[in-house]
Design a protein around this ligand. Structure first.
Ligand SMILES: *[C@@H]1O[C@H](CO)[C@@H](O)[C@H](O)[C@H]1NC(C)=O
Ligand SMILES: *[C@@H]1O[C@H](CO)[C@@H](O)[C@H](O)[C@H]1NC(C)=O
Ligand SMILES: *[C@@H]1O[C@H](CO)[C@@H](O)[C@H](O)[C@H]1NC(C)=O
Ligand SMILES: *[C@@H]1O[C@H](CO)[C@@H](O)[C@H](O)[C@H]1NC(C)=O
Ligand SMILES: *[C@@H]1O[C@H](CO)[C@@H](O)[C@H](O)[C@H]1NC(C)=O
Ligand SMILES: *[C@@H]1O[C@H](CO)[C@@H](O)[C@H](O)[C@H]1NC(C)=O
Length: 668
């Protein structure tokens, strides 16, 4: 037994064959247990190297037996025809170059010893051992989608390109036959690469490959790689929704997103999150945020942050989904203390300075002082900071791995005066003593400092006696009612923003107040007077014209008997004396006139009353009756008397029914 063990030891030292303690025991078992059955010959052995530089040769053969106690003898004869045999425990077996004749043509075979007695010998194979190269099985194959091509790459076996055979099939259609291509690899950075063209990127595939040397005289195909599953390309960026919660200086951003399509999710999807705050180490250090789930919560400071989410599968990355979370300033941002930049920085703080070019707090140009920054950096930062530009200052700390903003304020390295006045400065609704003014804030880029208030000034143009008057107006108002102006004057009104550096450029407006109100009253009075005057004149002229066209009309004689009843009675008493004479005269004359003027049919118009009136007139003494009527009567009487005196011509006015007839009668 001891000699046998010695033999074994010798065996192990001679051959570099893979042998384990297990093999050892098996071997001992093989020796002791003997099967008396016959055996089939093994195949002739195949010996190869892994690449053209290797000095280890691997030999393998096939041997079918149901016996477990088999020992092999590997034999070869070289040019000297001397046979050399080595006992082997394992198949395949490795030899170091020195044990074999590798450069010359040799015959090789194996003898299988089953039990103690039976020996089966393989056919001989002849060739030059070093010509044969068989690459390792391709492993660690990575796949990447390039548009509609699929790129495969794996560690190269040699510097030289290899020939590769690729078999592939759509994973969703496993019943379809496999497609294959044979092509040369591209060598790059000790990797082999091959591109499968014109495959469908929205589909998943299964792929297997094998490769072989293009340089060796007798190249052997490597074993097939295991089948690898290639998921479809991730064409969509993750659809992310975010909600932000403010937590005392920290913001908790909850992100949720939709899963990827099944073909792309094959083999699993990993979501990789990245935020600009940790990648800048401000204030906390970089931490990987990777997850297989569809949600993630991330803590960020109050400063603006971009969170990038990328889905990854075995065949590549999705386009990034970028969530932009703007800065969350407090409701009323304070103005920083003047000493801000002189102050010593606390350890571990991270400072940020946003250059604010417009009113929204967009980080146009951000300067950062992280915990790692040196004094030199701070000086550089101070130097880079511009005058007249507003900065938003942040102070963050990393509190137990969570970023926290402890201070936020606005400041200018140096304030200047505003380079423009308020916009749209307008005057409206001018009255005689007041005007309404309105404006909009000074454009952000022209402020160049914190506007503390507006200065509104007014000065009367072309009047030296009235001095310029100015008022302070709060920045929160955008209109003003300017009062106590002089009526009918021209004013020059200016409005300027005032910063720490002083008064800036003004917006100007020239206004004209309306003339004084009393003047108006006088004017209307004047107009009224003119109107009255004109209308009076018109009336007079009209009256004149009328008088010319229509001479004055005698008033009809109406006798009111009751006006003088006593007189009448007295008259009645005296009547008898004069009645006769008067009556005769009147009737004589009237007959003449009546017949001459009045048309026959209208004679009735001379009513009995009239006649009676006349009769009564003639009957009564008119002279004795008091009043205008009696005067008229007297006149009439006179006329009638005159008429009687005229010889040939009779001119007479007859009044009847309110009409006046100017009648001329020729007395024939
Ligand atoms: C293959 O990948 C495994 C695990 O990913 C790694 O340990 C091994 O080193 C890789 N092999 C090569 C040759 O790159
Ligand atoms: C994919 O294959 C096509 C067809 O041969 C080729 O023209 C194209 O350049 C390839 N595209 C990429 C991205 O490799
Ligand atoms: C908020 O933070 C400040 C300063 O870090 C701390 O003093 C205060 O107690 C915190 N408040 C809450 C409700 O956490
Ligand atoms: C976020 O992304 C936008 C667009 O790419 C960029 O303008 C902005 O500066 C980024 N913000 C931060 C805080 O990096
Ligand atoms: C306006 O404000 C300035 C600065 O605050 C002050 O010096 C000035 O007296 C104020 N003028 C008026 C009229 O209130
Ligand atoms: C109005 O005032 C401004 C400044 O006070 C001055 O520059 C401008 O010439 C004035 N305009 C007139 C018409 O007086």
């Amino acid at each position: 037994m001891i000699t046998f063990l010695d033999f074994l030891r010798h065996l192990m030292e001679t051959f570099q064959c893979r042998s384990t303690v297990n093999g050892y025991i098996t071997f001992m078992f093989l020796i002791t247990v003997s099967l008396g059955s016959a055996c089939e010959a093994p195949s002739s052995p195949l010996c190869y190297r892994r690449n053209a530089k290797a000095d280890i040769y691997i030999c393998e053969w096939s041997f079918n037996t149901n016996a477990s106690n088999v020992m092999f003898k590997f034999c070869f004869n070289d040019s000297t025809s001397e046979i050399k045999c080595e006992n082997i425990i394992e198949n395949p077996c490795q030899f170091i170059e020195e044990l074999l004749t590798v450069g010359d043509k040799v015959d090789i075979w194996v003898e299988a010893h089953v039990g103690n007695s039976i020996t089966c010998t393989s056919p001989r194979r002849s060739g030059i051992l070093q010509d044969t190269v068989k690459y390792e099985t391709p492993s660690n194959i990575s796949v990447v989608w390039l548009k509609n091509n699929l790129s495969l790459s794996w560690p190269a076996a040699e510097e030289n390109p290899a020939l590769v055979e690729v078999w592939f099939q759509q994973y969703e259609h496993p019943t379809e036959s496999w497609k294959n291509i044979i092509t040369n690899t591209i060598n790059k950075a000790s990797m082999y690469k091959v591109i499968i063209e014109n495959v469908l990127r929205h589909s998943s595939y299964q792929v297997k490959i094998r490769h072989r040397s293009t340089q060796a005289r007798n190249p052997l195909w490597s074993n097939w790689s295991p089948v690898i599953i290639v998921p479809a390309a991730l064409e969509q960026k993750p659809e992310v929704k975010s909600t932000t919660r403010l937590l005392n200086g920290t913001r908790e951003v909850k992100l949720t997103w939709k899963g990827m399509p099944p073909a792309a999710a094959l083999g699993g999807v990993m979501y990789s999150l990245n935020d600009t705050q940790t990648s800048n180490r401000c204030p906390c250090r970089m931490r990987r945020h990777d997850t297989h789930t569809n949600n993630y919560t991330i803590n960020v400071s109050y400063s603006a942050v971009n969170i990038t989410i990328i889905a990854k599968n075995a065949a590549g990355l999705s386009p990034p989904s970028i969530i932009q979370i703007p800065a969350s300033p407090p409701a009323n941002l304070k103005i920083c203390d003047k000493t801000l930049l002189e102050m010593k920085r606390l350890k571990g703080t991270c400072l940020e300075f946003y250059e604010l070019r417009d009113a929204d707090l967009k980080p146009e140009n951000v300067m950062t002082l992280t915990a790692k920054s040196k004094v030199k950096d701070k000086k550089q930062l101070q130097k880079n900071m511009k005058d007249y530009i507003r900065y938003l200052y942040f102070e963050h700390i990393c509190d137990g791995g969570k970023p926290q903003t402890v201070k936020m304020c606005l400041f200018y390295k140096k304030e200047g005066v505003a380079t423009r006045g308020p916009r749209d400065f307008r005057a409206s609704d001018e009255t005689d003593t007041s005007v309404h003014l309105s404006w909009k804030a000074i454009a952000y880029e022209h402020q160049r400092g914190f506007i503390t208030h507006y200065k509104l000034c007014r000065v009367k143009i072309s009047s030296q006696d009235e001095p310029k008057k100015c008022f302070n107006i709060s920045t929160s108002v955008t209109k003003h009612h300017l009062e106590n102006l002089t009526p009918g004057s021209k004013y020059n009104i200016s409005l300027a923003g005032v910063t720490g550096a002083g008064e800036g450029l003004s917006a100007l407006a020239i206004i004209n107040t309306q003339p004084e109100k009393p003047a108006n009253v006088w004017m209307s009075f004047g107009l009224l007077f003119i109107f009255f005057f004109l209308s009076t004149m018109c009336t007079i002229i009209l009256k004149r014209i009328r008088a010319k066209i229509f001479p004055p009309v005698p008033t009809p004689v109406i006798i009111h008997f009751p006006s003088c009843p006593q007189v009448r009675q007295e008259v009645k008493r005296k009547e008898e004396v004069h009645e006769f004479t008067l009556h005769q005269l009147l009737s004589e004359k009237m007959t003449v006139s009546e017949e001459a003027i009045v048309p026959k049919g209208e004679q009735d118009y001379m009513t009995d009353d009239d006649v009676e009136n006349e009769r009564s007139d003639s009957e009564g003494s008119v002279d004795e009756c008091v009043g205008p009527i009696s005067t008229e009567k007297a006149l009439k009487k006179q006329k009638i008397t005159d008429l009687g005196q005229v010889n040939n011509e009779l001119a007479m006015l007859i009044y009847r029914n309110g009409l006046v007839f100017d009648a001329k009668t020729d007395s024939s």
